[in-house]
Design a protein around this ligand. Structure first.
Ligand code: ATP
Length: 426
């Protein structure tokens, strides 16, 4: 029989939508990585009766129950107390936990509240799942369900940093030692820009039917991704299944594919600039520094990024970038001619190999029938001249969508321009 795990996140603030359930996402990814089957997740509020109902259902269909949240000292932290009552055992105080909690308070120089004592109470028979960074320990427990079915319960505090550390350092070695993780699921995310999810899915249609590795499309903020995931006995073996599939897919959409996993358009452009021993300057109007921010997020970007001008007002376009007044008057600030002069101006004035510019109407106001909200011009000036590109991004998805999308389009046009030039020494 296949053993399965179930994740149960306790916390009324999760149900109210006050916080995002990032613990469930982390645990789901980890279970997949370890090859542990996981078919259900539950979020339940800080209510003992409803936690009991969840435990009753979960233990009837899974052998590993993973709890997060509700281990704190306040009266609404009920996870251990409720679990003990579900399996008919008392809570027992662990003097060594109490001593550790007390020590942590002494080290911080604050008095320990009497309520913290409850965190040293664990169900009878449960082992301590040590929490080295916080106060609340979790448990590793094999309780005795009435029908003697196999059952392991792990509990973690809600605080994500504490939960992750305890998971990695204690829970994963425990699960591996207890035969929970024989196979590993490994995946690679291929990233594309400039193609729609449906168009890409159509082109890779035959591959979507593959079972190991599997191929699944995702789309987010204009970016399309294909996740290739393989289950194998080892990481290397999974990689051997993934690589040929990745090669086939890259060959199908070579212009749109830009990188994988942690790559971003900004990081890929940075690598290309480095390889070409080239530098970049940018002139941003409607993105207000958003491209500069993406570029400078990359460690080491000072090797190729010279700087930028946020040319919002026309005076800045004229005085700082040398855009001609007549061109601004005749064509308007949002025009291909102005984008070209901004890119050339910033390249020349900041002494860079490449100049990238953006001018557009992010909205919600400022659109006209000729130049509606979402109209954007991008200029890319390089060693072989200047090119401009027009995009109509629409007004429907709001100002942030236009700003973010045109920044990515700008980086992508620069990527494609850089690709046309040979890399020195190759
Ligand atoms: P504490 O010792 O801090 O009281 P706890 O185990 O009682 O820990 P909770 O009180 O349930 O945990 O949650 C503490 C904080 O951890 C929450 O305010 C929230 O910021 C975060 N948190 C809780 N559950 C989750 C979750 N599922 N995903 C992401 N963050 C969470």
């Amino acid at each position: 029989m296949q053993r399965t795990a179930e994740v149960i996140c306790v916390g009324t603030e999760l149900l109210l939508g006050d916080i995002l359930n990032s613990n469930a996402q982390f645990l789901a990814q980890e279970l997949a990585r370890l090859g542990i089957a996981h078919y259900h997740q539950t979020v339940v509020g800080d209510n003992p009766e409803r936690i009991r109902q969840v435990v009753a259902i979960a233990q009837s269909r899974a052998q590993l129950l993973i709890f997060t949240g509700g281990l704190g000292p306040t009266p609404d932290d009920l996870t251990h107390e409720t679990l003990a009552s579900c399996f008919g055992v008392p809570l027992v105080e662990h003097p060594e936990i109490l001593a550790t909690i007390h020590e942590k308070f002494v080290r911080r120089g604050i008095p320990m509240a009497p309520s913290n004592r409850t965190q040293a109470l664990l169900p009878l028979g449960a082992e301590v799942l040590t929490n080295s960074s916080g106060t609340a320990p979790g448990i590793i427990w094999q309780p005795q369900p009435p029908d003697n079915r196999e059952l392991t319960i792990l509990t973690f505090p809600g605080v994500p940093t504490e939960m992750k550390m305890m998971w990695r350092h204690v829970a994963v070695p425990y699960l591996q030692a207890h035969g929970w993780s024989q196979q590993t699921l490994h995946s690679r995310m291929l990233k594309f820009w400039g193609i729609s999810e449906s168009a890409l899915a159509e082109q890779v249609q035959p591959m979507l039917a593959s079972t190991n590795p599997t191929v699944a499309p995702y789309a987010n903020w204009g970016e399309v991704k294909l996740r290739i995931a393989a289950v194998a006995d080892s990481h290397d073996e999974a990689e051997r299944l993934i690589e040929p599939m990745a090669q086939k897919i890259r060959a199908i959409a070579p212009d749109y594919y830009y990188g994988c996993d942690q790559d971003t358009l900004a990081s890929v452009v940075g690598e290309m600039l480095l390889a070409q021993n080239a530098t970049l300057a940018i002139a941003e109007s409607c993105t207000g520094g958003g491209i500069g921010s993406q570029i400078t997020e990359i460690p080491g970007s000072s090797a190729y990024f010279v700087g930028g001008v946020i040319a919002y007002d026309n005076r800045v376009k004229i005085q700082q970038l040398g855009v001609e007044t007549t061109v601004l008057e005749r064509q308007g600030a949002v025009s291909a001619a102005v984008a070209a002069q901004m890119a050339q101006g910033v390249k020349q004035r900041l002494g860079a190999t490449w100049g990238l510019s953006i001018t557009g109407i992010a909205g919600p106001d400022g659109g006209t029938p000729d130049k509606p909200v979402g109209l954007v011009y991008i200029g890319v000036a390089g060693p072989q001249g200047v090119q401009t590109f027009e995009h109509s991004l629409g007004s429907g998805r709001g100002r942030q969508w236009v700003r973010q999308l045109c920044a990515s389009h700008g980086l992508n046009h620069l990527r494609l321009a850089l690709r046309q030039l040979p890399t020195p020494g190759r």
